[in-house]
Design a protein around this ligand. Structure first.
Ligand code: KIV
Length: 279
């Protein structure tokens, strides 16, 4: 590859083609450094509206705005060259009508360079999904537990248990039929996730679903132990970076109070050093 050639980013078609193949790997990201760390390892990176809770301290995703999504989307885009970027449509930016959805999805794509948008909802969002796809906007659907609807769902509860299984299955079929290139299944029973994965021809991306899904996603701050306000059962902690960061901050505070930081190697002499020591 020449020094100037840029690696081609994955596209929705590449993700779609992974149905039934090697599992699709994805995480959320909100900043450039995190996106850079993920680029070689993830197939797509989601700029999730979870940013409101994990970075901005909001109590739910409902307060997230288009401007917040665009700012974080632009930051993530700067860190990716291979992985596809998918960006969440925030609450209130698409539910009113397909036209409203198109205007805001087009703005998200144009201002961030995302390869696709994600929106929450099954059968009732099928018309909007079809409208967007027909106008050049690839859509990832999100069904099961849809956090933007916690007030009507009654909380962050498992969706699709017992008689509820049929509704979630119909949602999956409706979004696939409408042209979504993949569907996130959040917090649905394992067996139901397996049945849906077998019944729809687009990849299922599980979060609190099943290892049998076509791919998995987690919120990065959850899996790194950076967001510790609560931990859902489906989160596996791969690191405890929050604890490590707090220990480092405590050590810094101790050293500042003891005047042991800065030490000799962190301060500057009066006389000019030799060229090699100038930093
Ligand atoms: O916003 C988000 O992080 C998400 C994932 C949980 C799928 O939608």
């Amino acid at each position: 590859m020449s020094a100037t050639a840029k690696k081609k980013a994955l596209m929705p078609q590449d993700i779609r083609a992974r149905k039934g193949g090697v599992p699709i790997v994805s995480l959320t990201a909100y900043t450039t450094p995190m996106a850079q760390m993920m680029d070689a390892h993830c197939d797509f990176v989601l700029v999730g509206d979870s940013v409101g809770m994990v970075l901005h301290g909001l109590p739910s995703t409902l307060g997230v705005t288009m401007d917040m999504m665009i700012l974080h989307g632009q930051a993530v885009a700067r860190g990716l060259s291979r992985a596809m970027m998918v960006i969440d449509m925030p609450f209130g930016s698409y539910e009113q009508s397909p036209q409203q959805g198109f205007a805001n999805a087009a703005r998200l794509m144009a201002e961030t360079g995302a390869g696709a948008v994600k929106l929450e909802g099954g059968r009732h969002m099928a018309d909007t999904i079809a409208f967007l796809v027909a106008r050049g906007i690839p859509v990832m659907a999100h069904i099961g537990l849809t956090p933007q609807s916690i007030n009507t769902l009654g909380g962050y509860t498992v969706q699709g248990r017992d008689a509820g299984a049929q509704a979630v299955t119909e949602d999956a079929k409706a979004v696939a039929q409408a042209g979504a290139f993949a569907v996130v299944l959040e917090k649905v029973p394992e067996k139901l996730a397996d049945v849906i994965t077998a019944q729809v021809d687009i990849p299922t991306i599980g979060i609190g679903a099943s290892a049998g899904c076509d791919g998995q996603i987690l919120v990065v701050d959850d899996m790194l132990g950076l967001f510790t306000a609560f931990k859902a059962k489906f989160v596996k902690r791969y690191a405890d970076l929050g604890d490590a960061a707090e220990a480092a901050i405590a050590q810094y505070a101790k050293e500042v109070r003891a005047r042991s930081f800065p030490a000799a190697e962190h301060v500057f002499a009066n006389t000019s050093p030799a060229q090699k020591d100038r930093k």
